[in-house]
Design a protein around this ligand. Sequence first.
Ligand SMILES: O=P(O)(O)OC[C@H]1O[C@H](OP(=O)(O)OP(=O)(O)O)[C@H](O)[C@@H]1O
Ligand SMILES: O=c1cc[nH]c(=O)[nH]1
Length: 178
Amino acid sequence: MPAKVVEILSAEEIRRTMTRLASQVVERSRDLSQLVILGIYTRGAFLADLLARQIEVLEGVTVPVGALDITFYRDDLDQIGVRTPARTEIPFDLTGKTVLLVDDVIYKGRTVRAALNAVNDYGRPAAIWLAVLVDRGHRELPIHPDFTGKQLPTAKEEQVKVYLQDFDGRDAVELIGN
Ligand SMILES: O=P(O)(O)OC[C@H]1O[C@H](OP(=O)(O)OP(=O)(O)O)[C@H](O)[C@@H]1O
Ligand SMILES: O=c1cc[nH]c(=O)[nH]1
């Protein structure tokens, strides 16, 4: 039997959710000039761009955006046999800044744990925040997003798939069942 696919967020809902997240980030930032955004590769990097664009629309401020490839910081690196070079791009200093990490899905929390280690190698931010489009639960580490687009209770066997226009050719969030 083919896997059951349920749409969780439509393109319009993703757009609205990103607008809300941008407003929440602006609300919490005392000084936007101290904010930098790092998207976690792959789709977090595209969402980071969307968030920065939305903050610019709301506040007229251009927030620096970089991308973080956490591959070499994974706790299962010895098992996955990586050959691709790191795609991290952080063309600005993180020291003293508020770093907003952005990812599409948080699940066990291991990717974010790796991202925290990676950031540590690039500077010493004043604070690190986390924004995710979907929190699907089942955390294995004490990590919690500061900004959540959609809280989605899931079963472990299910999968959450995020599609983004600039990478996948369409915008959607789907829950894939068995
Ligand atoms: O909280 P965790 O259990 O670590 O899972 C969440 C991560 O899993 C997915 O990335 P994936 O490893 O599939 O790579 P991709 O972003 O390149 O698709 C997703 O984009 C998150 O980064
Ligand atoms: O369901 C999941 C789990 C981890 N990462 C995803 O993108 N989806």
